[in-house]
Design a protein around this ligand. Sequence first.
Ligand SMILES: [Zn+2]
Length: 292
Amino acid sequence: MPELPEVEITRRQLVPLLVGRLIAAVRTSAPSYFFITSPRVLKRRLPGRRVIELRRLGKYLLADLDDGQRLLLHLGMTGQLFGHGAASVRLLSSTRGAALAPESQTARFSPDRHTHLQLSFADPGPDVYFRDARKFGKVQLLRPGEGSPRLERLGVDALAWTGARLFAASRRRRIPLKALLLDQSVVAGIGNIYADEALFLAGLRPTRGAARLTRPEADHLVTAVLAVLHRSIETGGSSISDYVQPDGSDGTYQDERRVYGREGEPCPSCGTPITRRVIGQRSTHYCRRCQC
Ligand SMILES: [Zn+2]
């Protein structure tokens, strides 16, 4: 599932594909829960508008349009945003991808039934696609000045987090540390992978009660969160299932994971097999010797 680093990389690569361009035409799939704003309204209100900025809030992308409307995009579990010309086997359905010879798997993408939104522009540059095989992604067009409960309930963006804010948010919270990191109303952008990796780096056990965090530990944990997120952005994010960069390339952070998805493998620091436990319905990975 794309988390802050993947969404930030998507944003950076989409900026030249969106910002400054005049939307000429909109194609969509049939109405579904993917569309918070109906395809009919998107097709009426997007053409003729120019994108002036593309911002990220937690795991959301927000395109500001020249008339004050805002286009909200969320990648959900398997969403892919990219430009025409991108090539990756991850942009093909699994049956189609598996049927192709390795050398054909980099064939250029052409819109398929999982392509729910296609933006064409007045200039001859590339179209932009939003593809999502499982449709947990979201598209919403906000009117000028219209608020969004989804955005308003977000806490501070994880890249702007501080030890003081974490410490304040953890007081009297009767939940595990891991659950606090995943609470988007406390800190926006952290998901399962980066929570596990940051807790390992900070030497803190995910099951530890949030209220038992000390002030220095809060600083360590935020430092670890920032290190993990920045390193992932640097390496192009984690391409574990569907995530691709908008140019079709894979991230490589998954190769640097120390604990996430490594149950039973030796801890990179002490060799103890990595433990996996379910916390709040999420798989959680940690070293029971290094993290307390
Ligand atoms: Zn260890």
